[in-house]
Design a binder for this molecule. Sequence first.
Ligand SMILES: NC(=O)c1ccc[n+]([C@@H]2O[C@H](COP(=O)([O-])OP(=O)(O)OC[C@H]3O[C@@H](n4cnc5c(N)ncnc54)[C@H](OP(=O)(O)O)[C@@H]3O)[C@@H](O)[C@H]2O)c1
Length: 284
Amino acid sequence: MGDLKTKRLKIIITGANGQLGRCFQDIAEHYQDYDFHFKTSKDLNITRKDQIDSLFAREKFDYCINCAAYTAVDQAETDQENAFLVNAEAVKFLAEACKVQNTILIQISTDFVFDGSKTTPYTEESIPNPINVYGASKLKGEQNVQEILENYFIIRTSWVYSEYGHNFVKTMLRLGAEREEINVVDDQIGSPTYAGDLADAILKIISLKATNYGIYHYSNEGAISWCDFAKAIFEIKGINVKVNPISSKAYPTAAKRPVFSVLDVSKINRFMEIHCWKKGLKNV
Ligand SMILES: NC(=O)c1ccc[n+]([C@@H]2O[C@H](COP(=O)([O-])OP(=O)(O)OC[C@H]3O[C@@H](n4cnc5c(N)ncnc54)[C@H](OP(=O)(O)O)[C@@H]3O)[C@@H](O)[C@H]2O)c1
């Protein structure tokens, strides 16, 4: 890597059409010091080692922010091979290319690496124990990064939503427009994260030229159930919908979800302010 102090930092963002990728595209104009290279899945399929290697041979990046992922949590249960290909094997290809180029890899991971059996927030030292295929594939991706690289940030986040793609907030707004009453699970507790806040946090790490590499947890502050989150969405939008709390048992899904996946964000909070989940939601 060149001299980070003087030159315009060159940053590649994979999975640029996903929620997080699109939020990076939105805020890129505020970071004129950075030379962003946005790559959608069509521009760069991260499961294709040949595509990664030829791109990295042509261009030298200071940072690679990997927003590409297989995120269909339920589908992953019956599509294990593809989930592991994108979330683990392809991450290895990226890490190997980053090693050759001395590129700092920022890999996004998930609260779903934990089993949810704790009752206090998960720290970076908590032992992962995924209970579904998606979580296992993301954990394997983390391990691949750690085995190959020294200069990496693994950012675990949770309950991501944004203006883009498929997410809980958009689903609730759609259902809220169609129905007078909806049932939402109230026995899974986590921390919603606005993808735009996460994108800002990652660029903050870069702007600080942080070298304390390793795993960091980032979510918006505060812990709630999906049911309370739904109520807050309708309250903010002024939509009159009755929200009935139900148990996860009444809403079976292919993949098991951790009942408690709140992340302890105090490590990253030393470097930056973190918005409360309600502020993130109001911003959207
Ligand atoms: N969403 C959540 O609730 C959540 C929670 C915790 C952690 N995370 C993590 O946060 C990160 C960002 O998630 P997100 O919500 O932004 O995901 P997303 O909206 O599903 O976007 C993922 C992107 O990855 C792309 N992609 C998939 N396979 C690819 C491949 N082989 N090569 C290149 N690109 C590929 C997709 O391309 P297409 O546009 O072609 O589909 C999509 O644009 C992921 O690492 C995810 O695991 C998400």
